[in-house]
Design a binder for this molecule. Sequence first.
Ligand code: NAP
Length: 278
Amino acid sequence: MEHTIADPLGTGRRRVVVTGAGGQLGRALVEAFAGDDVGALGHSDWDVTRPAPKGLEAGLVLHAAAWTDVDAAEGDPQGAAAVNVGGTANAAGLGAPLVYFSSDYVFDGRKGAPYVESDPPNPLSAYGRSKAHGEAAAGEDAWIVRSSWLFGPTGHNFVRAMLRLGREREEVAVVDDQVGAPTYVGHLAEAVRELVELPRGVWHVAAEGECTWFEFASAIFEEARIECRVRPISTEELDRPAPRPAYSVLRSERGEAPRLPHWRDGLRTCLKRLGALT
Ligand SMILES: NC(=O)c1ccc[n+]([C@@H]2O[C@H](COP(=O)([O-])OP(=O)(O)OC[C@H]3O[C@@H](n4cnc5c(N)ncnc54)[C@H](OP(=O)(O)O)[C@@H]3O)[C@@H](O)[C@H]2O)c1
């Protein structure tokens, strides 16, 4: 089924509402949809656990607001669900086509091969459960975009954390027994523009390639020419509150799915934006 996006205000441009517009993906979406009439709503503009601001109109909703602290969700699963499930229901309540961003953490990681859209979710963590329930709250009339290991030039993410730690320390310890596909938010945001011309439903949209966090950290230091040793450790040694899937690479089994560049290309693009590529 083909879809076109409504133009409720008759401006000739789509009215695109971005929730969580201050987050790393939210910012990339605002950039990627700059040719449209974008309403960028940060946390203080709309706490999505509350009903939408009065008079908010949308032809398309890009719902990037979320509780993303995976470990904190273990201690406050209801808080995470209020944002990721209740907040998604409120975003869907705007009545416009909705893009919901979901996660590789809806899978248990035991498949040992890339996950495709038809694989059954089985989240290990409170965060993963909230994201899976959020998929249901987004409703039938949504694009459910599952992606993984997001990073970008702003916000809290692994690349920015490693750049900081690598400059401060001689050695960092990084887990070497979780495999995923680090995805650059700019590449994901561009792919969303393609995706909203495609039928709704579940789509896996993540970078090409795969690596462990240890390999990713090593690549960051290599590309940014930072002299810092990376010591591989196990997930058990790191001892974080939330369990994480050991293997959570996402691939699409849908022929028309947008294809993203390799994670290493995403890394270089991100480092260039940060002025950290030498
Ligand atoms: N990060 C990843 O590795 C990853 C992987 C797969 C999927 N995803 C999904 O991708 C989406 C975007 O993630 P991201 O990495 O861009 O996360 P992010 O940088 O943490 O951004 C999330 C944004 O949501 C806001 N927010 C939190 N609670 C809110 C509320 N109640 N009402 C309104 N806004 C609220 C946050 O604001 P404050 O900072 O003020 O709280 C933040 O600006 C999320 O759905 C996430 O689950 C992320």
